[in-house]
Design a protein around this ligand. Structure first.
Ligand code: PEP
Ligand code: MN
Length: 342
């Protein structure tokens, strides 16, 4: 449920409405716009007396949101959310005019491997570096990541090249660590419906990249984001990474139709991961072009200096040189849409 304040209603009136909402036992989430304030109400709002709220001073209308998510909905916030990430080399925005590029290997394997990838990527202008220290692998016998030692290596990359770090937390314990090192906390596809983890990351003071579950509908995806927002963290970026379908020519089916669908329903930025979305190196460039064309707010690309020797996801990783070429192509596509590449 949303309470829309009258245009120009003073902040004190909105504050009084928030206090009343809280007195009634619900949570109030005000968004103060330049001209209008909108207050989201969470909790079991079925018992709310709409008429009583509408009669409060300064209230223009009360909207009963048809969708099960509120805080992440476009109705709650009309303007696009822009997430500002304080990288050592300067702030990076996700969700604004610039298409954000996140690149790096699937996993942190060794210090040498990470530096062999980070150096050319930094030279190619990458500001957001990815790499997993905690890896969710299908087989328990596959490389599981270096854990905190991997986070230490990422910290060195951050210091040396000034890039912000995007890395995954798999559970509450790894989140305690990841939160200390990461600039963006990644919640992977397999954990999209791990509600206790979503609540916990909702209390983190870092932006979150939430990847779409392996077979999640858009409503389920946005409800997962709602968990994070409802726990207090509004800095959420969504990431489409392909879903499971009957198609077997591709690791996953990259659902680019979700990008414009998210834009209608939500104010959150939506990124696309064509690496996991296709699982094949040769498909990364064409699907990157398509993702930017369809309006994605960013791309996440797996890059490895020696893909054939990668400990995970080598078959979908591209070389640093290929990455540079990819950026040049998507830059031209972004320009058609009056966007730049970050
Ligand atoms: C990853 O980004 O390395 C990853 C494991 O992705 P996903 O959760 O989408 O499978
Ligand atoms: Mn991977």
């Amino acid at each position: 449920m949303l309470v829309v304040m009258q245009t120009g209603a003073p902040k004190e009136q909105a504050k009084a409405v928030c206090d009343r909402i809280e007195e009634l036992g619900f949570e109030a989430h005000p968004i103060y716009g330049a001209f209008k304030t909108v207050i989201g109400i969470t909790g079991d709002t079925r018992a709310v007396d709409v008429g009583a709220l509408e009669s409060l001073t300064g209230v223009a209308e009360v909207i009963i949101v048809g969708k099960p998510y509120k805080l992440v909905s476009r109705e709650f916030k009309t303007e696009d959310t822009v997430i500002r990430i304080p990288a050592p080399a300067g702030e990076v925005s996700i969700g604004g005019n610039a298409v954000a590029m996140i690149a790096g290997p699937c996993a942190v394997e060794t210090r040498e491997q990470i530096f062999a990838i980070a150096e050319p990527l930094a030279k190619a202008g990458v500001k957001l570096f990815r790499g997993g220290a905690f890896k969710p692998r299908t087989s328990p016998y596959s490389f599981q990541g270096l854990g905190e030692a991997g986070l230490q290596i990422l910290k060195e990359v951050r210091e040396r090249f000034g890039m912000a770090i995007v890395t995954e937390a798999m559970d509450q314990e790894s989140l305690d660590l990841v939160e200390q090192y990461a600039d963006v906390i990644q919640i992977g596809a397999r954990n999209m419906q791990n509600y206790s983890l979503l609540k916990r990351v909702g209390h983190a003071h870092k932006p979150v990249m939430l990847k779409r579950g392996l077979s999640a509908t858009l409503d389920e995806f946005l409800m997962a984001a709602e968990y994070i927002a409802a726990s207090g963290n509004p800095n959420i970026m969504l990431c489409e990474r392909g879903v499971r379908t009957f198609a077997d020519h591709s690791r996953n089916t990259l659902d680019l139709t979700v990008v414009p669908a998210v834009k209608v329903r939500s104010h959150l930025p939506i990124l696309v991961d064509p690496s996991h979305g296709t699982g094949k190196r040769h498909k990364v460039l064409p699907l990157s072009r398509a993702a930017v064309a369809v309006g994605a707010d960013g791309l996440m690309i797996e890059v490895h200096h020696s893909p054939d020797h990668a400990l995970s996801d080598g078959v979908q990783s591209i070389l640093p040189d290929e990455y540079r070429q990819l950026v040049e192509e998507v830059r031209q596509i972004a320009a058609v849409l009056h966007r730049t590449i970050n």
